[in-house]
Design a protein around this ligand. Structure first.
Ligand SMILES: *[C@@H]1O[C@H](CO)[C@@H](O)[C@H](O)[C@H]1NC(C)=O
Ligand SMILES: *[C@@H]1O[C@H](CO)[C@@H](O)[C@H](O)[C@H]1NC(C)=O
Ligand SMILES: *[C@@H]1O[C@H](CO)[C@@H](O)[C@H](O)[C@H]1NC(C)=O
Ligand SMILES: *[C@@H]1O[C@H](CO)[C@@H](O)[C@H](O)[C@H]1NC(C)=O
Length: 383
């Protein structure tokens, strides 16, 4: 029924958008028109207690920002910590009700083509659709995950900042206490050709989720396997965000609950895994969730190793075809080292991609490992 309603909105918008040269000023009007009809848009609250359909308005001092990609393992998350859960999977009303019962926000995922949003008419209708979607699903905001290349000072550069501003204005106006956030790379310096107006975007939304992972960009390196989220480089990224003028209270540290499995072309006894001949395009590597890593680690010939420069764990194993692999990951030790920066520099909070990576089977060993990962989000301040 939600899908049908969205389709209805689209049809409602398109005719009125035709021939309107500058719709942006009309956005408030459009939104208020959308607010009234269609009848019964908010009629049915899916929660057993209708109070659970009310938006969360409390602003926590510390954010624990969690990405959920589906399944039902969310029941076993550490809800004593979670303040926001982003629903990357399908809409799950049960999760929404549960999050609200714990005082946590549940927010949408938002993604749109940066080429398309240069068109202000399209942009306005896209935003109106997201607000409508959030309202019909009783969600508390949106996480904008627009991981696209944008050239400095291009039309897309300006449109992206405008999109964030207009989305935030629309959500804040339409849904009490709502939250609009934006996902950014580990550094503000055009990582993956994402040359955004980072200060403008930070000003325009509630906060940035900094994705401190995928930092090992193979084409740029020497084709040697390395940490997904190396300590120095990760923290240097936050230093840079702060240096360009972004308030630490607008930054949430994003850490990985997954690692990378590299197939080594050569592996030395000093643990240097060369993945390919430069330019590394042919390096074979794939993402692995923490739960799989912990199972495999047990059977690896190396056991867990620690790289003192990158402050990251890794291990080595040989597959059935005889190839050697090196797997780089994050564990409570490497995560708490990074998380200490959250406290020492007064960042708004911490979060992870993604919560489903842990083992929630209830097996005794797995249970302990999973608890330790959740606990590592809030380390005691180290002296
Ligand atoms: C802008 O977007 C609107 C709505 O999607 C569309 O009708 C219009 O043709 C677009 N304009 C241009 C120049 O592409
Ligand atoms: C970035 O955005 C801010 C806020 O909108 C604006 O004041 C600033 O001029 C923008 N920077 C650039 C380089 O366009
Ligand atoms: C690791 O192996 C030991 C002994 O082989 C076993 O007792 C333990 O349960 C295993 N742990 C995991 C997480 O598989
Ligand atoms: C990390 O940063 C510290 C402090 O700036 C420096 O002393 C150290 O050499 C760096 N380590 C690496 C591996 O770059």
């Amino acid at each position: 029924s939600v899908a049908r309603m969205q389709f209805g909105i689209q049809r409602l918008l398109v005719p009125s958008a035709l021939g309107a040269p500058a719709l942006a000023p009309l956005l408030p009007l459009l939104l208020s028109l959308l607010q009234a009809p269609p009848l019964g848009a908010r009629a049915h609250c899916p929660c057993h207690d209708p109070a659970l359909c009310r938006p969360i308005t409390h602003r926590p001092d510390f954010e624990v920002f969690v990405f959920d990609v589906g399944y039902k393992t969310w029941k076993y998350y550490d809800w004593s910590q979670i303040t926001t859960v982003v629903l990357f999977g399908n809409y799950d009303s049960e999760l929404l009700c549960y999050a609200h019962s714990k005082g946590a926000r549940a927010v949408l995922k938002g993604d749109v083509s940066v080429k398309a949003i240069v068109n202000t008419t399209f942009r306005a209708s896209w935003i109106a659709q997201q607000v409508k979607r959030a309202k019909t699903q009783y969600m508390d905001g949106i996480n904008l995950d627009i991981e696209q290349a944008v050239a400095h000072l291009s039309p897309e550069y300006y449109a992206l900042t405008a999109l964030v501003k207009e989305t935030t204005d629309a959500f804040h106006r339409e849904i009490e206490g709502s939250q609009v956030t934006f996902d950014v790379s580990w550094s503000p310096h055009c990582v993956a050709q994402r040359c955004y107006n980072y200060t403008g975007i930070a000003d325009a939304c509630d906060f940035l989720f900094v994705m401190s992972y995928d930092e090992r960009s193979l084409p740029w390196s020497k084709c040697i396997a390395g940490a997904n989220s190396p300590y120095n480089q990760t923290l240097a990224g936050y230093d840079e965000y702060i240096k360009i003028g972004i308030n630490p209270k607008k930054l949430v540290m994003g850490i990985p609950w997954y690692g990378y499995d590299y197939t080594c072309k050569y592996l030395t006894k000093h643990h240097v895994c060369t993945t390919a001949k430069y330019p590394c395009k042919h390096a074979v590597h794939r993402q692995v969730p923490y739960q799989k890593i912990m199972k495999q680690l047990n059977n690896s010939y190396s056991g867990s190793l620690w790289d003192i420069n990158q402050k990251s764990p890794y291990y080595e194993y040989q597959d059935q075809a005889g190839n050697f692999h090196q797997v780089w990951y994050d564990n409570p030790r490497s995560i708490s080292l990074k998380a200490a920066y959250v406290q020492s520099h007064g960042l708004l909070g911490i979060g992870m991609w993604h919560a489903n990576c842990l083992d929630y089977s209830g097996d005794a060993t797995a249970k302990q490992q999973t608890e330790e990962m959740w606990k590592a989000l809030k380390p005691k301040l180290q002296r």
